[in-house]
Design a binder for this molecule. Structure first.
Ligand SMILES: NC(=O)c1ccc[n+]([C@@H]2O[C@H](COP(=O)([O-])OP(=O)(O)OC[C@H]3O[C@@H](n4cnc5c(N)ncnc54)[C@H](O)[C@@H]3O)[C@@H](O)[C@H]2O)c1
Length: 411
């Protein structure tokens, strides 16, 4: 009966105990089982699992293990001279033992005090402050978030906004070097542990599953998953090759299923011991998920389909305290997709003559700005405000929130 206890299963259950006890987030990291390096004076709970936590096949029964851990945790809390939460938790079953070091958001250096206190700071004119939505920072302060495609573009904006508001952020991207660079920058600026890069191909199930296993062992779970990675391969329905069409479908549509499946399992597991804790899966969709896009059917189709998944998963995952919503931004004209001086869409559209009469990149940009009632492209700050609303809102799921300056409107 060895190797029944594994971090993928146990760490989220332990994290849930803390979410439930404090009604706030926590970091639960797998630690060395002897834990000799830990402060001996720090409170330590030893939680035994009875043999009845084993299922018929000799594997751990998740529901039984969750119930046993909750009972043992409650007894340990009640048994102390005063109710002090432990910094180290050990879980035993037969001859096996796993240990977890537990820390709260206050142990993440660099979180602005206002964020922890939840002070309602007035909205600042400073772009960085607007991006971090400091007035609402308490919504995510200390929470553990994952942003796919976080190395650049909207993803990097979301990573920066969450980190500035006191969250710990996994930057998950195929471009590991870019993700590491951003994590290093944020950690150096905060003087602490604010972000961590993780390599993933969101359209590959084994890669997605391995990422969530890594996260379970490193922080015990997550509070917010932002499924942002996405690609565009524009093309006429009469001309586009099947390979490009399938690639867009895989990265924008199938990948959301993989993220919701493996991320949802982790969130649901954590919820077993934290039945009041709500978590979020947020899909970064597009205004093209609400309205067709000429010669861009693979993209618009994948985004329309994404909303079908959001609505369907929302109906199912509500039973696990997981809200599932989408944000549908307008064009991020300042982002690399549009503004890259070599391969950005402004340059491409100028060269292909897509915008009649345009003689410069500025002409192409003005053409797209004129399509928006509010006269400009979407920014990271616009998306962050929608994200904070979704996380803060406890009475909505399965929705698509446009952030498009009035360019698309819901029926
Ligand atoms: N840029 C816009 O105008 C715009 C508008 C509306 C919606 N969106 C949506 O926002 C999201 C981000 O778009 P962006 O323009 O910021 O993109 P981007 O091209 O600037 O960045 C995308 C990031 O995703 C990563 N990525 C791509 N495929 C991946 C994969 N298979 N696995 C892991 N990582 C992968 C890339 O390495 C990159 O870091 C997309 O879902 C997109 O559809 C963008």
């Amino acid at each position: 009966m060895m190797n029944v206890l594994n971090d993928t299963l146990i760490a989220p259950l332990v994290r849930g105990l803390f979410l439930d006890a404090t009604r706030g987030p926590a970091i639960v990291a797998a630690a060395k089982a002897d834990a000799a390096s830990h402060n001996a004076a720090a409170a330590r709970f030893s939680l035994p699992l009875p043999d009845s936590a084993l299922g018929a096949e000799g594997a751990l029964d998740e529901a039984a293990a969750a119930a046993a851990l909750k009972a043992a945790f409650g007894a340990a809390l009640a048994g102390g001279a005063k109710a002090v939460l432990p910094a180290l938790v050990e879980v035993f079953l037969g001859g096996e033992k796993r240990a977890y070091a537990v820390s709260g958001p206050e142990s993440i250096p660099g979180i602005p005090p206002a964020a922890l206190a939840g002070a309602a700071a007035s909205r600042s004119a400073e772009p960085a402050a607007a991006n971090s939505a400091l007035g609402r920072a308490a919504v995510v302060a200390g929470r553990v978030a994952l942003v796919t495609g976080g190395a650049q573009g909207f993803g990097a904006e979301i990573v920066r906004g969450l980190a500035a508001s006191g969250a710990f952020v996994y930057i998950a991207d195929m471009n590991l070097a870019g993700a590491e660079q951003l994590a290093d920058e944020l950690n150096a600026a905060s003087g602490g542990r604010r972000a961590s890069a993780v390599s993933v191909n969101v359209s590959d199930e084994a890669s997605v599953a391995a990422m969530f296993d890594h996260i379970a062992a490193a922080t015990g779970g997550l509070d917010l998953i932002v499924s942002n990675a996405g690609i565009v391969r524009a093309g006429s329905v009469l001309e586009q090759d099947e390979k490009s069409f399938r690639l867009v479908t895989d990265v924008n549509y199938v990948a959301f299923f993989l993220i919701a499946k493996h991320g949802g399992r982790l969130l649901a597991r954590q919820r077993r011991t934290a039945p009041r804790w709500l978590t979020d899966i947020v899909q970064i969709n597009s205004k093209s998920g609400l309205e067709g896009s000429n010669k861009n059917g693979a993209y618009a189709g994948s985004k329309f389909g994404g909303l079908g998944l959001v609505q369907s998963f929302a109906l199912e995952l509500v039973a696990h305290g997981i809200k599932v919503n989408a944000i549908c931004p307008g064009n991020f004209l300042d982002g690399p997709l549009w503004s890259d001086p070599v391969k950005g869409l402004f340059v491409q559209y100028l060269n292909s003559g897509k915008v009649p009469g345009a003689k410069s990149v500025a002409d192409v940009r003005a053409f797209y700005e004129a399509k928006v009632p509010m006269g400009r492209g979407a920014t990271g700050a616009d998306v962050m405000r929608a994200l904070y609303y979704i996380v803060e809102q406890e009475y909505e799921t399965g929705q698509a929130l446009p952030v498009a300056g009035g360019q698309v409107m819901l029926n």
